[in-house]
Ligand binder design. Structure first.
Ligand SMILES: [Zn+2]
Length: 456
């Protein structure tokens, strides 16, 4: 309790401002000031930011200069994404990866940029670069969103998440210290079987976390164990989930088992935190002072109240600008305003993130983020899909990018996934021309075919 208070009011501001000399705390303060901005003021701010970004990109980013000129965009007149949409301006992971024209801004030294190694959630490796300043702003947005559901900076939290593979002992220790410093307890989401779930519940109880943060699948499994074994749940103020679609049946069981509210949020590696629920839970507030989010139909027309593609413009990442970027996720734009009084528009639902889970013969479940971590850096992979066809076998469908010999990619895959041998799972690779995109416009990167051939 004392550390929580000190961390929030003293340690974090001093560490951020004077030791690390970064701007997270200042951004957090100023972004918090935007929370109850009037609608007109918010609109004016967004229009100015977009106009500035468009003019900057035209001048400094060859890719956008060419795109705008090809589509006859009058950059001085760009104040609204609708104008860009009508001119046919849109980007995506695929377009940017295949661009022969540089997608980076001339104003930044690539060596100084941070990158998030994303496979996103579509199984296609893609590196998003950002300046340190843009990263600080993203972190500040995360803290602001957490305030909205009553989890201020420093709240004791257990996080069950994917960790970076191949860390040395020292690096693991540093990571552990880093989490503890922020009042987090970190647990791995990769090997979650019933025994470890029960152990995890004990740890959450013991370390008196007030919040739990994890993937939907993991929290749902925890809730199921509590329900089936009639266990006493840890006393939590709330559970924050993300990275996968949250179904109503999951929310119901989680809230019943843990006896606390679930807060949904939606983010991506390209943009970090895009939208999150507030304590009223009437929809996910979009961080629209920093991101311009649209939901469009197949003809790129805006849709409200029904599912469409989520398209995002980052108003602050000038190093590698993403303008009208198709995320590959599907969501529903809400027509409603939240009763909390915040004027940030809302997403009613985000459904493009349903994923599957690998099951081992001893009943463990491994989150599909495991494959993203492991395979996103194997040379030669353009896109991949892991298919589990039996408890002891998976094959990896690979669209090869030709940068190395396929044999070396296959070897890389086997090495990256070597710990599956522990679970008696063998691996084959299979080279394919394409990986089909689902009806929702999304490539699934893990699929389970177990039991499918047994039907009938
Ligand atoms: Zn609200």
């Amino acid at each position: 309790m004392v550390y929580e208070y000190l961390y929030r009011h003293l340690v974090f501001p001093i560490y951020d401002k004077f030791i690390k000399r970064r701007g997270i705390y200042n951004y957090y303060k100023s972004l918090t000031g935007n929370s109850f901005m009037q609608e007109g003021e918010l609109k004016r701010m967004r229009r100015q930011k977009l106009n500035h970004l468009a003019r900057y990109c035209h001048k400094n980013v060859p890719f956008y200069r060419e795109l705008f000129e090809r589509n006859n965009v009058e950059v001085e007149e760009v104040f609204d994404v609708d104008g860009l949409r009508r001119c046919g301006v849109a980007t995506s992971k695929r377009i940017l990866r295949e661009s022969k024209v540089p997608i980076f801004s001339r104003g930044y030294d690539r060596e100084t940029l941070l990158n998030s190694s994303t496979s996103g959630s579509t199984g296609e490796p893609f590196l998003v670069h950002m300046s340190y300043d843009a990263w600080c702003r993203r972190m500040a947005l995360k803290y602001r969103s957490e305030d909205w559901f009553g989890k201020p900076i420093g709240t004791p939290t257990t996080i069950i998440w994917g960790h970076k593979p191949g860390l040395s002992g020292l690096a693991q220790l540093k990571e552990k210290f880093y989490w503890r410093f922020q009042n987090y307890r970190f647990l791995s989401a990769f090997k979650v079987g019933e025994e470890s779930l029960i152990e995890y519940l004990g740890i959450i109880r013991k370390c008196r976390s007030r919040f739990l943060e994890s993937y939907v699948t993991v929290v749902y499994e925890l809730a199921r164990v509590i329900d089936e074994k009639r266990l006493e749940p840890p006393k939590l103020d709330g559970i924050v989930i993300g990275a996968e679609r949250l179904f109503d049946f999951q929310r119901d069981l989680i809230e019943k088992s843990f006896n606390c509210p679930v807060y949904n949020r939606y983010g991506s590696t390209e943009f970090s935190n895009i939208a999150s629920e507030c304590d009223r839970r009437e929809g996910l507030h979009i961080n629209s002072d920093c991101l311009w989010v649209e939901v469009v139909d197949e003809d790129d027309r805006p849709v409200v109240g029904k599912p469409g593609q989520i398209v995002v413009t980052d108003l602050h990442n000038y190093a590698m600008p993403l303008i009208r970027y198709r995320t590959g996720d599907v969501g529903v734009m809400s027509a409603k305003r939240c009763s909390c009084g915040r004027n940030f528009p809302m997403l009613e639902d985000v459904m493009g993130r349903a994923s599957d889970t690998l099951v081992t013969e001893d009943g463990r479940k491994m989150h599909d983020m495991f494959f993203l971590w492991k395979l996103s850096r194997v040379p030669g992979i353009d896109r991949f899909q892991v298919v589990q066809d039996s408890l002891n076998h998976i094959y990896v469908n690979i669209v090869h990018d030709g940068s190395v010999e396929p044999e070396s990619t296959s070897q890389g895959v086997k090495e990256a996934l070597e710990e599956l041998a522990e679970f008696n799972i063998s691996i084959d690779t299979c080279y394919v021309d394409d990986i089909p995109v689902s009806r929702m416009g999304k490539t699934s990167f893990f699929r389970s075919d177990i039991g499918k051939d047994r039907v009938g």
